[in-house]
Design a protein around this ligand. Structure first.
Ligand code: NAP
Length: 611
């Protein structure tokens, strides 16, 4: 592969831009914050529980005692299952709402779906399954197929209970098991429960006045209705040529689906509250020569390099192996430091304030480059202006697309800016009101995202979630996460969490899941080997972990509060949940070592085990 060159970025007036960023943020901040969204329940339950991809077969309710239940069969669930197998724990079931493995890649099959992150880092268990992604940014079907590959390779289909949604979890201290109820009337008891639902499990809807009145067709991008649109995830939406379609939402999902809707529909109207920042896709097929050159461990080195760009920093002269929009700011900054005589510029980074200052400059320059890119692609200057993102890099998820911006040069596409009204004003039985005028539509597509940083009981949708003494997990974590090592909680025996809670964060979420799965599998195996039916962290161990988290915390509240609202910063709510949870800022790789050292003692310090 070619060495990765820095991008050419323009000069910027940072104070003026900062002022503009704050004005744009203030325009969009809403007093109702996270409450502006509706849950996919009642009239809208099909937006979550309905499966447009696989018919749900009737089955008898299951009554069973299982050693370990993994909630969720996406990449987290699959990685965890593999790690349990490796540890010698084989009596487990994966309970999954979808009709197959894949999680987000099972559900999200909207046209244009494609990874927005380096596939060589993101797709899990590559070396273990002997698979190499076909291109840098895999399409959605390749991701789904890889989930199926993992399921087949490790014989996990026998462990799966598909089309089943866990409704409640209650700890039963009489038998030291979790009682699990599901949407299929099952009565399952599990010794251990591992939550692998992932952050994007549950679609949410905008709470737009009148949303229930619309009489036309509607669906959410996460449950795409190809019966209605025709085509498939590669496009070719051939059933909507006579339809007027509206899309609400211009985040990662909306951006990818919109070019295909525009090609298929009679007319497409895009309702945009905040423009995304859009990097060049610059995708490429996997080079066989590069594959032939790979040595064992190549992937770990690549993931580490990605981590350095996103959550730490390069060392002098370190190449950027990822070479895309995620790494642009760090790459450009490192290039300037590398250009100093004998790398002398790197010395300045010893001062964290100087590091932040240099990074901020590159951030503003990179975002200005992307705004200029909009101008170069979009013909109409007024439309181009509306499509320019005025906020800092990483305030929102970066997106990568070459078709989205040219879509606004099409005669059958209209962009409607709804930033002044902080979102779409009103939906009626026939369409959407804009500036007091009703626009009629046949179909409204909601690209409105997921319950990611809304309240935990909305995201988990497990009610009740009751631990020892009947305590609700939502109460226990009501004022912030409290865990041991980010995976266990006091009062919740034999329960294991994954994801963005109180663990380490890195650039590839699947690597984070691997770290957590290693730890969880070890604890469960140890409990089994010691004949324990009960394992729970002490209150003291939990307190100490919370103190460790606090001692290593990084104050990025200025950055996040200055960001435009979105799920990353909990819609700008002052004490909202961060997308990253409450991480161990001591470092992802440092946490790996810390957890390994804890396991190496074999003492299970901080855990109570009972027979
Ligand atoms: P999202 O990023 O949360 O975007 C939701 C969109 O809906 C935003 O544009 C939001 O506008 C808009 N919206 C919400 N309420 C509105 C209202 N009342 N009026 C008008 N617009 C409204 O959701 P997403 O696009 O589904 O992406 C979610 C996450 O899933 C991504 O960030 C990414 O992590 C993951 N994802 C990844 C991929 C990939 O890797 N290829 C693809 C899809 C999704 P505001 O921005 O103004 O709030």
């Amino acid at each position: 592969m070619q060495p990765c060159a820095p991008t050419q970025t323009p000069d910027v007036d940072i104070p003026a831009l900062r002022e503009k960023y704050l004005l744009e943020r203030d325009k969009r901040i809403r007093a109702d914050g996270q409450q502006q969204y509706l849950e996919a329940e009642d009239d809208f339950s099909e937006f979550y529980e309905g499966d447009p991809h696989t018919p749900v077969e009737p089955r008898q309710p299951i009554t069973d005692d299982i050693e370990v239940v993994i909630l969720g069969g996406g990449f987290c669930g699959l990685i965890t299952a593999h790690r349990l197998q490796q540890a010698g724990v084989t009596d487990f079931k994966i309970i999954e709402l979808g009709g197959d493995f894949g999680g987000v890649w099972y559900w999200n099959r909207y046209p244009g779906i494609q990874i927005d992150s380096d596939a060589y880092c993101y797709l899990p268990l590559l070396e273990e399954t002997g698979y190499i992604p076909k291109e840098k940014f895999s399409k959605g079907d390749e991701c789904f197929e890889h989930a199926q590959r993992i399921g087949t390779h490790f014989g996990l289909y026998d462990n799966a209970i598909f089309h089943t949604l866990i409704r409640s979890l209650k700890w039963d201290g009489e038998v030291n098991r979790w009682q699990i109820s599901t949407n299929r009337g099952d009565e399952i008891r599990a010794r251990h429960v591992i939550l692998c639902q992932g952050p994007y499990n549950r679609p949410k809807l905008p709470g737009i006045p009148g949303i229930r009145d619309f009489k036309g067709h509607t669906f959410h991008t996460a449950r795409w209705d190809y019966e209605y649109t025709g085509g498939d995830l590669h496009g070719g939406l051939d059933k909507i040529a006579d339809k007027k379609i509206a899309v609400i939402g211009t985040g990662s999902s909306g951006i990818q689906a919109i070019p295909h809707l525009a090609k298929g529909a009679k007319h497409l109207t895009v309702f945009q509250r905040t423009p995304s920042y859009i990097f060049e896709r610059a995708n490429y097929p996997t080079d066989p020569e590069w594959v032939a050159s790979l040595e064992p461990g190549w992937r770990a080195a690549r993931q580490r390099n990605f981590h350095n760009a996103a959550f730490s920093f390069y060392s002098p002269g370190e190449p950027d192996l990822i070479c895309d929009g995620w790494t642009e700011v760090s790459r450009n900054m490192a290039a300037k430091l590398n250009a100093t005589e004998n790398f002398s510029g790197w010395a300045a980074l010893a001062d964290p304030a100087e590091f932040m200052k240099l990074k901020e400059i590159e951030d503003y320059r990179a975002m200005e480059r992307l705004r200029q890119r909009v101008e170069q692609i979009v013909d109409d200057p007024a439309t181009a202006e509306l499509l320019k993102p005025y906020y800092r890099n990483m305030c929102k998820r970066p997106v990568f697309n070459d078709e989205y911006l040219p879509t606004f040069n099409r005669p059958n596409v209209t962009l409607v800016d709804v930033s002044e009204t902080k979102g779409v004003e009103r939906i009626t039985d026939k369409g959407i009101i804009v500036d007091g005028v009703e626009h009629e539509f046949d179909c409204i597509v909601f690209a409105s995202g997921f319950e990611i940083t809304t309240a935990l009981d909305r995201q988990f949708d497990i009610k009740p979630f009751a631990g020892r003494e009947g305590t609700s997990l939502y109460d226990h974590w009501g004022k912030g996460f409290r865990t041991l090592h980010g995976v266990m909680a006091h009062g919740f025996p034999n329960h294991f969490a994954t994801g963005f809670v109180q663990g380490g964060v890195t650039a590839s979420t699947t690597l984070m899941f691997e770290q957590q799965a290693d730890h969880i599998a070890y604890i469960i195996k140890q409990a089994q080997d010691r004949g324990a039916t009960y394992v729970e962290p002490t209150a003291q161990a939990e307190d100490e972990w919370v103190a460790t988290i606090r001692a290593n915390s990084v104050d990025n509240s200025t950055f996040t509060s200055e960001c435009t609202p979105g799920y990353y910063n909990s819609e700008g709510e002052p004490n909202g949940r961060s997308f990253l949870g409450d991480p161990f800022w001591g470092g992802f790789y440092e946490l790996t070592e810390l957890l390994q050292a804890w396991r190496d003692t074999g003492e299970l310090e901080g855990l109570v085990l009972e027979k």
